[in-house]
Ligand binder design. Structure first.
Ligand code: DGJ
Length: 707
């Protein structure tokens, strides 16, 4: 059986399933199907593959990492450790084109397990499982992971690592026999997050090759895995990483895993990204329109002064900003990062009249007002901590190490949860706030709860975070939410069910940001990925970059500004305003089209673009990162246009101007000198771009010529 059934011409992720015996169905294969397939009379794609039971079990002779791991503590018989090797019998398999549900049980182990798999807009699948303890005594769940076997053609693995200001650094290696495990144990996906594991055919690229990506839609601890067994081939999957003792079920209790997402494409990483983006764009939480933001963090840091902030707001308004965001530093005792977290009252010293003077000023200028919170954190130097030193996550007998002078508030405690909810609710109700930047600057280290004698509480804390955010969302439906964690440390599809924006990275140097941004967009649609034009000299690297380069980089994300505009020259303000205007003109295309990252034959050049969903236009950026080693220029392919249609190409914004006597200047009337080009030619050969100045970006607007 193929799930979902084939549809001609539609590429989607599918599973070939065999359910001929009484055990869990066997998944023979998972991968992309559809385009080019004829659904009529289709024979099994994999008539005789080894496959993998839906939850790999040792009872079927598997020695791979079990997907359901746990054991029973049975007080009646005084035993610990039974039920560790279940043999699940399928009770029912219900499938339609959108959903596959397998219910199963193991009477001896006292377990009832349901696996659900759903098809998603954009062609991806998501799977989750729930285990219920139906036996005597407690059942301790150590792990419940969802995995799929993939084609043995997929032998290369791409995933990510990183650090502060360098999130989502891609790494690639061969899939070899054994287990590749990416664990995230810091209570949030993290700056070093693997984010997704992508398996592909050898040499897969942005535009070519079969690929299959897996992602765990969960904002707490996660595990992602690729395992190749000498006998069974390769499986890929993941789930929540459960800490010791964290999930112990009493009789009748259940644990449900997070959704594990699988997306496959036949046309490389861009096809895979398109599948993730389509899913996000169909989400009820997707932003209708992403306003141009100005965030004052790098402009003023903790130095909040009404007069100066008003001046920044005036200039923000002048350049066309739509949302002004007041960052860290507005609440009691928060004069630097050593104090105040938890004291969510407007600081009476810095803001004697409350936030109204700045909120009103911003709104009178016609902009939305946004405010920063870090709700899950507490400084030991805070009134909150002095009143409730027991409200922090800790293993019980000692405090975890401080990081950025802060600890994590135990939101699994109803009293702590209610306090933060009441404080945020009060601030959001007191002012016309349209946006919250929700930060999370430190990891959950030794995160136990005093309510449970110091037992690990990351799972409960993650649920409490979702509950807090969901409660605030329902009380303040007009507020948009940004997920930030010391930059891009909490970016996952669990938080994107709730948030409308993510802060991609604290790296605001546009050159260093190129890779961070393009790889973040491998999962996240560009309209979510906050990308700010920073000051001429980067606060991250102290490098100076041209305004045009900084702005062109921000253009391909959720455009914003992070710059003290009181220090900008009049000329800079005019130029910035023209970029804001350009972003607004192209926003409908940039935030609905298909992202393309054409391969560049020159390592000093990075190419990035977006093709409209109706193929009527595209905007393509040529980013000259460094000096080229040659003078050949690059050919820029634009895949995804209508092959038979003609397109006109024109410069958009500043035009590359080579000042060397040895190289040809680009034609003034567009890269093809005003000559129309077919969509076919643009897809297979592309247009030519000369070598540019280092740290210079050129934009090309491709438009279908209507007959
Ligand atoms: C880390 C964030 O990434 C920054 O943008 C800023 O909001 C600071 N925290 C504030 O403390």
């Amino acid at each position: 059986m193929l799930f979902p059934s084939l549809r001609p011409g539609v590429t989607r992720t599918a599973l070939e399933i065999d359910s001929t015996d009484d055990g869990m169905p066997t998944v023979l294969w998972a991968g992309p199907v559809g385009a080019g397939h004829d659904p009529s009379g289709h024979a099994p794609l994999v008539p005789n593959g080894p496959g993998m039971p839906l939850l790999g079990e040792q009872s079927h002779g598997l020695f791979t990492r079990p997907q359901l791991r746990g054991f029973r503590i049975d007080p009646v018989h005084g035993t610990t450790g039974a039920a560790w090797t279940p043999r699940l019998l399928a009770d029912s398999i219900d499938a339609d084109d959108a959903r596959l549900v397998v219910s199963s049980h193991d009477p001896a182990a006292g377990l009832f397990v349901v696996v659900e798999i759903e098809t998603l807009t954009g062609g991806a699948l998501r799977a989750r499982a729930a285990v219920t303890n139906t036996g005597e005594g407690r059942y301790v769940v150590e792990g419940l992971e969802l995995c799929l076997p993939v084609s043995d053609q997929l032998t290369e693995l791409l995933d990510f690592t990183g650090r502060h200001e360098r999130e989502r650094t891609a790494q690639r290696h061969q899939v070899t026999d054994g287990l590749w495990l990416r664990e995230s144990r810091a209570g949030r996906p993290g700056l070093e997050s693997a984010t997704q594991l992508i398996l592909g055919q050898p040499g897969f690229s942005f535009g070519h090759g079969e690929v299959l990506g897996v992602h765990v839609a969960w904002s707490g601890n996660t595990v992602m895995r690729v395992e190749r067994s000498p006998a069974l081939g390769t499986t890929v999957g993941g789930g929540e990483l459960l800490l010791p003792g964290e999930m112990s079920l009493d009789t009748g209790e259940s644990y449900t895993s997070p959704w594990v997402m699988f997306a496959a494409a036949t046309d490389g990483l861009d096809g895979l990204a398109a599948s993730w983006h389509a899913f996000q764009r169909a989400s009820p939480a997707h932003p209708d329109l992403q306003p141009v933001v100005l965030n004052v963090w790098e402009a003023v840091y903790f130095d909040h002064d009404l007069g100066r902030l008003k001046q920044i707001a005036d200039r923000a308004h002048r350049v066309g900003v739509e949302r002004f965001v007041l960052d860290d530093g507005w609440f009691r005792h928060r004069r630097d990062d050593t104090a105040g977290l938890g004291d969510w009252y407007v600081d009476e010293g810095v803001w004697p009249d409350g936030l109204a003077p700045i909120v009103d000023h911003v709104r009178e200028l016609g902009m939305e007002f946004g405010l920063w919170f870090e709700p899950e954190m507490i400084n030991p130097d805070s009134d909150l901590y002095r009143a409730h030193p027991d409200w922090v996550l800790s293993p019980g007998d000692r405090l975890p190490l401080l990081h950025r002078n802060q600890l994590v508030l135990d939101l699994t405690r109803p009293d702590a949860f209610d306090y933060v909810l009441e404080r945020m609710d009060d601030v959001l109700s007191s002012y016309a706030i349209s946006f919250v930047k929700w930060d999370h600057n430190r990891e959950l280290l030794e995160a136990g709860s005093g309510l449970r004698g110091g037992a690990a509480a990351v799972h409960e804390q993650t649920l409490a975070y979702y509950r807090l955010l969901d409660t605030l969302r329902s009380r303040h439906p007009g507020v948009a939410w940004e997920s930030c964690a010391a930059g891009g440390g909490r970016i996952d599809l669990g938080v994107l069910e709730r948030a409308q924006r993510v802060w991609t990275s604290d790296m605001t140097d546009a050159l260093a940001r190129q890779e961070i941004q393009r790889w973040t967009l491998q999962l996240v649609a560009p309209e979510y990925a906050g990308a700010h034009v920073s000051s001429p000299v980067s606060h991250s690297t102290w490098r100076s970059l041209y305004l045009d380069f900084r702005a062109a980089t921000a253009l391909f994300g959720a455009f914003g500004i992070e710059w003290d505009l009181t220090q900008a020259t009049e000329e800079d303000l005019d130029r910035l305003a023209s970029w804001v205007d350009r972003f607004k003109r192209f926003r409908p295309l940039l935030h609905s089209g298909r992202m393309i990252r054409p391969e560049s034959s020159d390592p000093a050049v990075l190419l990035h673009g977006v093709v409209a969903a109706d193929r009527g236009e595209a905007l393509v950026g040529h980013f000259q990162l460094d000096e080229s080693a040659h003078n050949r220029g690059v050919w820029v392919r634009v895949p995804g246009l209508e092959p038979d249609a003609s397109y006109d190409l024109s410069w958009e914004g500043p035009v590359v101007d080579i000042a060397t006597s040895m190289s040809a200047a680009p034609p003034a009337d567009g890269p093809t000198a005003g000559q129309p080009v077919s969509g076919y030619a643009l897809g297979v050969q592309g247009f030519w771009m000369p070598r540019g100045r280092p740290e210079f970006a050129s934009l090309v607007h491709v438009r279908r010529i209507r007959p």
